[in-house]
Design a protein around this ligand. Sequence first.
Ligand code: PMV
Length: 347
Amino acid sequence: HSIDQGSFSWSAPSNIALVKYWGKKDKQIPANPSVSFTLSNCKTITTLAFARKQNNGNFSFDFLFEGKPKEDFKPKIQNFLERVEAYLPFLKNYHFTIETVNTFPHSSGIASSASGMAALAMNFMSLEKVLYPDMTEDYFFSKASFLARLGSGSACRSVKGQVVVWGNQANIKGSTDLYGVAYPYAIHDTFKNFQDTILLVDKGEKQVSSTIGHDLMHEHPFAEKRFAQAHENLDKLIPVFKNGNLEEFIKIVESEALTLHAMMMTSLPYFILMKPNTLQIINAIWKFRNKTKTPVCFTLDAGANVHVLYPNEVKEKVLQFIKTELVGYCQNGQYLCDEIGNGASLG
Ligand code: PMV
């Protein structure tokens, strides 16, 4: 690559948290550690074209979403560039054309901020590597995650796979508030091809932005207890990742999802982000699990959609259950099949 002009293309997946990040300190530092499964099929593919320009003290970029200019997205990118400039001091020497596409349907209620910010961060690291070719792969990925975090906290968990920890946790070696790290210990085979079927319950705009949601944890009456609980739950997952105890896994994961929503329901102002069909699905999963003893569970993000998590061994059975008993609760019968994945990749 020349340092004057060129282009890169990176794809980065979405991720689904098992222990949730909800609440932050200053500068995108999480109030508690979180852990997620990196996904595989739901991803953003971003191409960054760069051309050297006179540094006139301004950022300069065009933004295209699915082939068309998208003005309402530009402030987000401008904001991101401002946040990362201190760590990428060469940004104002270039004009950028940023083109991005998602593999998941537009306005599906699936946040593209994690995959989008991660894909963009990877591209900026590729440019930094052109300028400083000696950097190690470890530096490249860690810094990409660090930059992604500044765009959207959970994005820092989309750079690597398959299980990623973000936030300092005494019992997890190398964990840090500054970027996501691949879970450093061996994980049980059952998790290596874990499935996530995303049921699209409500595709509308988010009622509360995650920025506002995180902020509401500042005055939250249960905040300190919740942050301590996230540490405890993450510690409880350490033996589970090793021995594949799905009964224990399910308890922790479902409790985390409901606690996330409980925090929103008990903040001021308060929010209910579940929809009636979210609850119908949860109840149906519990009934199915009780009846069939299938190790399947749910988790939720800050919205009404339900992520159905289960090991690959029971895929056929669970998909059959989803098709017969859960699709009716999905908006236009829509759901997406995904599974655990390996993180960002070039091209
Ligand atoms: O990355 P943000 O600031 O959009 O926060 C997302 C937080 C949750 O998705 C609700 C939980 C998580 O850990 O991903």
